[in-house]
Write a protein that binds this ligand. Sequence first.
Ligand SMILES: [Zn+2]
Length: 299
Amino acid sequence: MSELNRIGIDLGGTKISAVRMNSAGEVINRRRLASPQDNYQETLQTITDLVLSLEQGQVCHVGIGTPGAETHSGGMKNCNSTWLNGQPFRVDLERSLNRPVRIANDANCFALSEASDGAGQGAQSVFGVILGTGVGGGWVINGDIVQGVNGIAGEWGHNSLPNPDEEERPGPACYCGRTGCIETWLSGPGLSADYKRQAGVSLTAEKIIASCNTEARAAKALDRYCHRLARSLATVINICDPAVIVLGGGLSKTEQLYQRVPELWSQWVFSDEVRTKLLPPKHGDDSGVRGAAWLWPAD
Ligand SMILES: [Zn+2]
């Protein structure tokens, strides 16, 4: 079935995006609509209708990316679309679409997209990092997502910030119940909160980055951010040693990161030479849908 087109669906809490892609990675068609809220049956029906409208009678492979993961018993867990939690989502979709369906975590889809035909194309090991509202990650080796026995491989955002100084201890409270998680420092809200603690006024992450060439407090916030990202990614390198780390999410648009973080991270990497590359994403906001489509790899 590998010559078939593939449909990738990014199922978010508020929006569903979908693309139909050929085996060369060219987008044939796309759709975007609002996610049904709080209604599992309607979510199933919406995705089924979406697939049928995109394939127009030519059966396609179907891959879905969504926050959360499938448990060993087949139910979903950790979904921000909470009405999916506990439901046998994949099995129900397979029944409804009458074919196999593949589902993966959205951060894993991002990493797979960039590893398949994005910034990490051709690299044996690609670590994808999401720096957005939250901090997530995924790891792809030889074109395959590393799932892990607990289904959490690549989830570095709820490790503690490494090598904290006095001011960084114990760190901000995290929704996961711990303090000082990487996510509380490196997410967009984390950067914004750091700026507020130091400068005394609120500014969004986007505005901090936009004003860092003209405003000293913003420049310092970006300095701290680069230092924390470098420390955090050094631990990723020490454990996974990927050829490429690709950044995604809103903060991946911060150009300064790609030069400054690799200048800093060698202080904490256990190697006198660091060959890992830090790269911006090639597919930007499309990585979620493209990675979901690449859950069915080309030959
Ligand atoms: Zn946490």
